[in-house]
Ligand binder design. Structure first.
Ligand code: MN
Length: 286
């Protein structure tokens, strides 16, 4: 059995730009090495944004060396990048962006949603890339909710984004082996999970309260880190619940990160700054 290592309540939140009020979970609670290949996890727990004519968010900024995965639970995010990609991430949707060799992008509340405002709940996960893929061509995968693989349970459903659940594969293509999925359970519903022992595994209780392995209670907005001591664990919903589950094979390479760049050496970070300052990440209007 995979046992719980930590159940952490959300720490103080901070703003990213003016549109994302997040609790940092990785690396604050579990380090980037401990949770590799997941190197950053920002959780915007439900927060009410009043109506705004000017969409709130984060202006043009670069990334290199990894992927950003944005999962929307409440509210809508509009995204644009220097490769010409863009789109709206709606409730239940996921955007899997491979920054790789370098991208400029901006992330804002979607214009029409911003005018109305309301509850906003979102996750941004950063997935590291192995050294051999860090300088590959940027791309992104828009994964609408209906494109996720739905695995029906007795009392609920597992929506697979990446990897697989009970041999049902999710749509995202990844560079290294990992599983990312949402379990949406009715009160009393349960789901069994099984991931290799050495995969780093964690979850966020997005909504409701759950019991883990029939022993420990994890309330809403809590982050659960699992030990690498076994394969299987079970969650049971006390009330209607949504749980984001992630598990991945660690990338056993050095991590050198600075702000929006995550590479393997300090030289590569210097190179990233030089390339960014010389306009080699392309162009994106404000
Ligand atoms: Mn970004």
């Amino acid at each position: 059995m995979k046992n719980v290592e930590i159940i952490a309540k959300p720490q103080a939140a901070h703003f990213v730009g003016d549109g994302f009020r997040v609790h940092n979970l990785i690396p604050s609670i579990a380090s980037a090495t401990r949770m590799s290949p997941f190197i950053l996890l920002d959780y915007n727990s439900t927060y009410n944004f009043p109506p705004s004519e000017i969409p709130k968010g984060v202006g043009v900024h670069p990334h290199r060396g990894f992927e950003t995965v944005t999962i929307a639970y409440k509210g809508r995010v509009e995204h644009g990048d220097s490769s010409g990609g863009g789109g709206v991430i709606r409730e239940g949707d996921v955007q899997w962006m491979t920054a790789a060799s370098g991208i400029l992008h901006k992330e804002f509340h979607e214009t029409e949603w911003s005018k109305i405002g309301g509850d906003f709940q979102m996750v941004q996960l950063w997935v590291n890339l192995p050294a051999k893929d860090k300088m590959s061509i940027p791309k992104y995968q828009a994964i609408a909710n209906h494109e996720q693989t739905k695995v029906k349970l007795d009392k609920g459903v597992v929506e697979v984004i990446a990897g697989e659940y009970q041999e049902n594969k999710g749509p995202a293509s990844t560079f290294t082996p990992m599983h990312v999925m949402n379990a949406k359970l009715d009160a009393g519903g349960n789901a069994m999970f099984s991931f290799p022992k050495h995969y780093n595994t964690a979850m966020i209780v997005i909504e409701g309260n759950v019991m883990i392995n029939g022993k420990e209670k994890a309330p809403s907005d809590h982050f659960v880190l699992f030990k690498n001591d076994g394969e299987d664990f079970e969650i049971q919903a006390i009330d209607q619940a949504i749980v984001l589950v992630m598990s991945g094979e660690p990338i056993l390479e050095p991590i050198v990160s600075h702000g929006p760049f995550v590479m393997n050496t300090r030289e590569e970070i210097s190179q990233a700054f030089e390339d960014f300052n010389n306009g080699r990440f392309g162009y994106l209007a404000d």
